[in-house]
Design a protein around this ligand. Structure first.
Ligand code: G6P
Length: 471
């Protein structure tokens, strides 16, 4: 019996350590939910890093705990976390792929570690894989893995999906190891991105860097055909829709209404990341308060920033910049009864998020660059009673689908602050019309749809390849 093996840098669980005991918390994340229907079945398995630096003597305990959930850990040493994860993945690939190449470090020791850790993942896969298995690899931390597996298991079905943007060739070419990275990815049978622009950028980089031929959305290399396509990722929309109607969420909302009264809420939720445009968003909000003093005391920005990658200098600096800016704006405009910005630097339980999404009059999603951006979809799925307005950056993959949002360029502060005012003044009817269309899109093209179309196409392209060889 063949099985499916899913591989991502992080496992879909959070492991915490307390008094020599390890605690497992299964992730509520979209990918974990969507792939839950796959990896929890039969012998299927998800391989990834458990997110902790685990002492050798504790490894077997973790392995046993995870096995019960169909999960298999890859353990990373302190050095590997530094060089492969923080280094090459997040100080080289992340900034270049998000068009912030001036932040990128091109460091030989990062690259060496990236190669070694991709090989470590390969060994973990090979230890479990049988001929006929389907392998689905996720994201930029594992770009070399498809080819590394292909070398050992030449006939295996391998899918690769990248959750972050693929940059234009002029950015991608900056990376000294560009050819190796492309060859690594091309070990897959099917390579998926969120948008057609990413597909276009990838194909253009492959043809300029490597001796490959293309035909429509197929790349031909060494007598193999590799299909490149767009699969815009959805969310577990039904879960968000249902959650917002629960008694628990209603009670949280009653509490908000009591505290906030008629104040119009502008909501923003992100991981702490320079790609998210948090500073630009704060400046646009400040501009609204400066140019429209009639809103003072009547609107507030609820900004949730989830701590992330805080060992990397740019992330630490960004946190300081946000602290300062929030402090400046609050001290300049606050009154004794009102705060312009409610800033939370922590994560929230999903019920609290649901209540906030449901209550928010505006959701402000302004990344400088984002593969998809699922917050924008979660907001829409949670809007089950009163409508609201989504303001969305054209640099997010989601802007290609959520076209009834107010679409802005996050570098254009005037446009962003005008969009906030437009949203504040938008009539109920227009809000409703826009939200209805947005909800149709988000509820229809959900995470299950995404998993299905990727898996179906992966099987289809493999069958085609097999029949080509049989001829
Ligand atoms: C993005 C990436 C994921 C990553 C997540 C959190 O969504 O596409 O691969 O897991 O950020 O980042 P972290 O570095 O904490 O895993």
């Amino acid at each position: 019996m063949s099985k499916t093996i899913i591989i991502s840098n992080r496992l879909p669980v959070k492991i915490t350590q307390q008094n020599n005991e390890y605690e497992l918390q299964v992730s509520e994340g979209g990918l974990a939910t969507g792939l839950g229907s796959i990896y929890k079945e039969g012998d299927n398995i998800w391989i990834g890093w458990c997110g902790l630096d685990v002492p050798k003597e504790d490894e077997s305990r973790i392995i046993n705990e995870l096995e019960k959930e169909n999960l298999a850990p890859v353990f990373l040493t302190e050095d590997e976390i530094k060089l492969y994860y923080e280094g090459f993945s997040n100080e080289t690939l992340w900034p270049v792929f998000h068009y912030m190449s001036t932040y990128a470090q091109y460091d030989e020791s990062y690259w060496e570690s990236y190669k070694q850790v991709n090989e470590k993942f390969r060994d973990a896969v090979i230890a479990l894989a049988q001929p006929g298995d389907i392998i689905w690899i996720h994201d930029y931390q594992l770009l070399l893995l498809p080819q590394l597996i292909r070398e050992k298991l030449p006939d295996t079905t391998i899918g690769f999906f990248q959750h972050i943007p693929f940059p234009s060739f002029e950015l991608f070419r900056l990376i000294p190891w560009r050819a190796e990275l492309l060859n690594g990815m091309l070990g897959a049978d099917l390579i998926g991105f969120h948008t057609y622009d990413d597909v276009r950028h990838f194909t253009s980089s492959a043809t300029r860097v490597l001796p490959v031929q293309t035909n429509a959305n197929t790349i031909h290399q060494d007598d193999r055909n590799i299909t490149i396509d767009a699969f815009p990722m959805g969310i577990d929309a039904k879960k968000f829709d249902a959650l917002s109607k629960t008694e628990e969420v209603r009670l949280i909302n009653d509490n908000y209404n009591e505290i906030l009264g008629d104040t119009k809420i502008i909501l923003s939720i992100d991981r702490l990341d320079y790609s998210k445009g948090i500073v630009q968003r704060l400046l646009a909000f400040e501009k609204v308060l400066i140019e429209h003093p009639e809103y003072i005391g009547k609107i507030s920005l609820h900004m949730i920033v989830v701590p992330s990658r805080d060992t990397i200098p740019q992330y630490r600096d960004l946190r300081d910049d946000i602290d300062k800016l929030v402090g400046n704006i609050n001290s300049r405009f606050r009154t004794s009864a009102w705060h312009p910005i409610h800033y939370f630097y922590r994560s929230f339980p999903i019920t609290e998020l649901s209540a906030l999404y449901n209550r928010a009059n505006i959701c402000l999603v302004t990344p400088m660059r984002d593969g998809m951006n699922l917050v924008s979809k979660e907001y829409v799925a949670s809007k089950t009673n009163e409508p609201g307005v989504l303001i969305l950056s054209e640099m997010a993959g989601a802007s290609k689908e959520l076209i009834e949002a107010i679409i802005i360029n996050p570098n254009n502060l005037a446009e962003m602050s005008n969009a906030i005012v437009q949203a504040l003044e938008m009539g109920k009817e227009e809000q409703q019309t826009r939200m209805l269309s947005l909800r149709q899109t988000v509820l229809k093209f959900d995470i299950n749809h995404w998993v299905k179309i990727f898996m179906d196409q992966l099987k289809e392209v493999k069958e085609l390849e097999k029949s080509r060889y049989a001829r």
